[in-house]
Design a protein around this ligand. Sequence first.
Ligand SMILES: Nc1ncnc2c1ncn2[C@@H]1O[C@H](COP(=O)(O)OP(=O)(O)OP(=O)(O)O)[C@@H](O)[C@H]1O
Length: 357
Amino acid sequence: MNIFGNEEEESQVNDTRIISNSLGIDLGTLNTVIAKPSGDKFDLYQIPSVVAVKKDDPSEVLAVGEEAKKMLGRTPEDILAVRPLKKGVIENVAQAQALLIKAMQIGIEEGESVGRIVIGIPGDSSEVEKNAAEEIGRKAGAENILVISEGLAAAIGAGLPIAEPNGTMVIDIGAGSTDIVIISLGGINDIETVRCGGDDIDNRIVELVAEKYNVAIGIHDAESAKIEVGMIHCSEQLENLSVEVIGKSLETNRPKKVVIDSMLVADAVEPFMQEIVDGLNVILERLSPELMMGVYNNAVAVGGSSRLRGLKERVFDEISIPIEVSDDPMTVVAKGTAIVAAEPLALEPEVRLRAMK
Ligand SMILES: Nc1ncnc2c1ncn2[C@@H]1O[C@H](COP(=O)(O)OP(=O)(O)OP(=O)(O)O)[C@@H](O)[C@H]1O
C-alpha cells in the first residue's frame, strides 16, 4: 500500500524510492509537525493531531487535521472528533495511521516517491509502542521507516553536540508528556519521562477557575489564557499579567467574566512542575560525574510548554543548571527527525540502536 492508496503508484514508489524525498515527523499529542529537508533548510508544516471518526466505528476516519479540529466540541451525534495520541502515546492505531498518512501527503506530493520517514516518539515508549509506530508508518506506505526518541531528535534539531562524550541534556515539555534526556556519544545515556504536559496545566486552570470563581470555562480558553499570561513560580519577580475570559456561572448558568492572571496559571503549573523537578532529581542522581560538565554547559528546553515564563529560572533554582529555551521549541523535534531522515549517516547503526533504547 502507498500513501495514496493506488497499487500502480505503489510499485513506482518501491522502484524509485530515494532518500531525498524524506520526511521527519513529530507525531505529537496536540500537534503533528512535518519537516521536509529542502537544501540546507526545512519546509515545515503543522497539523492538529485530531481525527474525526464515526461514533459507532471509531476506526472509520472521516476527516484529519484542521478539518477534524473544527469539529471538536461541535460534532453531530454520529461523529466524534478525537486525538489518536494520549500523553504522547498512540492510543488508537487506525486513527494514528490516518494522521500519519495525512502528514505524509502534506510532505510528499502525489506521484512522488517516498524516501525515508523518521518518526519521533517519547523516549520511554515500550517495544510494543515502538512497533506500533513503525507499523503505522509501513501501512501508510513508508517502507524505509525509523522510529527515534523525541529527545534525541530535539538535540539533533537544536544543533547540540550530541556526538561528544561530554553529555548534553534536553528537557522536552509537550502537551501530553515531558522527556528529560541525557545524550552522549550520539546516543541516549539516560531518560526519564514524566507523563504530563501542557494539557494537564489547561485542565488544572479550568479546575482552579471553578474553585475560585464558581465559573466553568472552556478548555481552549484556559489554554489561550495560559499562552497569553502563563508563568511558573520562581525566585525572579516576573510581571503578573492578566486576561479576561467569559465562562458560564455555575450558580446562575449565565455568562460571567473572570480574570485569569499569571499567578493563577503558575498555581496550575505547580503540581506538574513538581513532577518535572522530581524527574530532574532522579536523572541527576543517576548521572555519572563525567557527564556533569557537558550537561552544565549544554542543557536545552524544547516543546511548546517550555515557553512558559520562568522555566529557566525555576530549573536553575531547583538544580543549579543553566538551561537555554529553544527559540523554535515546537518544530525542533521534527527538524531533528528530518535531519536523520535525509542523512543516512546521521545515526550510525549502533548509535541508532541506542537511540531506540
Ligand atoms: N507560549 C506558550 N506558553 C505556554 N504553553 C504553550 C505556549 N505555546 C504552546 N504551548 C503549549 O505547548 C503544548 C504543545 O506543545 P508541542 O507541540 O511541543 O506538544 P506535542 O508535541 O503535541 O505533545 P507531546 O510532545 O507531549 O506529544 C500545548 O500544551 C500548548 O498549550
